[in-house]
Ligand binder design. Structure first.
Ligand SMILES: [Mg+2]
Length: 388
């Protein structure tokens, strides 16, 4: 089994810690960073203030009542961004695969760094040490083999934490936690689950799939995967492309709509197969159309839910193409492109139209193409599109 090595790093009480670092007279005291006006809310507070029940997003007036002696500070975003850049530079020393979640929080895929830098736990300890040396601040690091467990490990280790969830301790850690701790489970879902008798993660793990499906519908697969510590989402480096696309230039201008549609299907297959291979979905589909001599236009459609199924990409792209085509007296194309943007690593919901989307067909095609080389299984229509 080839397990990945994923770290989740989160600065402890970030804004408040920067203030206490820059102004030593505030160290060890309750301190609140946030809007000071009548409608202000708490952005971050020091651990000393948390003991009084103060927390992020609390209205400032309530925070003042809970802890009247707290030092109140207006955020200095430029300073926090400066510290953030220094911290992210340290992350990038450990691996190029850094996915920032906010100024002070990131996922790092250190799978390939191990030969050079040691075990994931050793890399995590080194990062903590370097962050403290360079910024004077504490962070918590969670170590595991996927994003869900790494982030959970950070939460369980805070503050100044260093905690690893391994194959060996995974179920011991997960089983007793309340279902509300699961990634994607919000208040409403947690209440639904608890009302149905699923209180702890172990209850979900041991539940029958059909019984759980009656409570949460299609989400039951995801929840049972998470309950078993399974999460395939990749770490997507910030410097990587935020859209993925494919385009082709024709040696002779295309003037037959049927031929253009065949190419469009081929491009949709290419983009969606790549998206699925990376476990990525996109929310916005764009087609690019270049007419002779050199007029480039784009047409775009935004879906309510991210998608990566070939059939859905093609249905949308085809509709955009048809409208463009019909609006022209003498349509001709020199270049055609398809791209998917607003990418997210979340899996596309399987619930949309059941298998009307052809997701089973996609899975079979992807598997065959992986095993026997790209292009083994293609939809019949795209076969009429020849590479030039
Ligand atoms: Mg933080």
């Amino acid at each position: 089994m080839n397990l990945r090595a994923i770290l989740h790093v989160d600065m402890d009480a970030f804004y408040a810690s920067v203030e206490q670092h820059d102004f030593p007279q505030w160290r060890g005291l309750p301190l609140i960073v946030g809007g000071l006006g009548s409608r202000g809310v708490v952005a971050t507070c020091s651990y000393e203030a948390r003991r009084f029940g103060v927390h992020s997003a609390l209205p400032m007036a309530a925070a003042r009542r809970l802890c009247p002696q707290a030092i109140l500070v207006k955020p200095r975003m430029a300073r926090y961004a400066e510290v953030s850049r220094a911290v992210f530079a340290l992350f990038n020393d450990a691996t190029p695969l850094v996915e920032g979640l906010s100024l002070d929080e990131a996922f790092l895929d250190v799978t390939a760094s191990q030969r050079l830098l040691g075990t994931p736990l050793a890399i995590a300890a080194k990062i903590k040490q370097r962050v403290r040396e360079v910024t004077g601040l504490a962070c918590s690091v969670g170590v595991s083999h996927n994003k869900w467990l790494a982030k959970l490990a950070t939460e369980l280790g805070k503050p100044d934490g260093l905690f690893e969830i391994t194959e060996a301790n995974r179920q011991t850690v997960l089983d007793p936690l309340s279902v509300g701790r699961l990634w994607t489970v919000g208040k409403v879902t947690a209440q639904k689950l608890e009302a149905a008798g699923y209180r702890r993660i172990v209850d979900l793990r041991l539940a029958s799939a059909s019984a759980l499906a009656r409570v949460v519908g299609n989400q039951h697969r995801l929840l049972q995967d998470l309950a078993n510590g399974v999460d395939a989402r990749p770490v997507i480096a910030d410097r990587e492309e935020k859209s993925m696309g494919a385009e082709t230039t024709f040696s002779a201008d295309l003037r037959a709509l049927s031929e253009v549609r065949a190419w469009l299907l081929k491009l949709c297959e290419k983009v969606s197969e790549r998206a699925r291979r990376h476990g990525i979905s996109g929310r916005v589909l764009t087609i690019k159309l270049r007419s002779p001599p050199f007029v480039t236009e784009t047409r775009q459609c935004r879906w309510d839910e991210p998608a990566n199924a070939t059939q859905q990409l093609y249905a949308t792209a085809d509709r955009l193409l048809q409208v463009w085509w019909q609006g022209r007296a003498d349509p001709a194309l020199r270049l055609l492109g398809v791209s998917l943007a607003y990418l997210s690593a979340a899996p596309a919901p399987a619930s949309w139209f059941g298998d009307a989307l052809g997701q089973d067909q996609d899975r079979i095609a992807d598997a065959l193409n992986r095993r026997f080389g790209a292009g083994t299984l293609k939809r019949a229509r795209s076969l009429s599109a020849r590479e030039d």
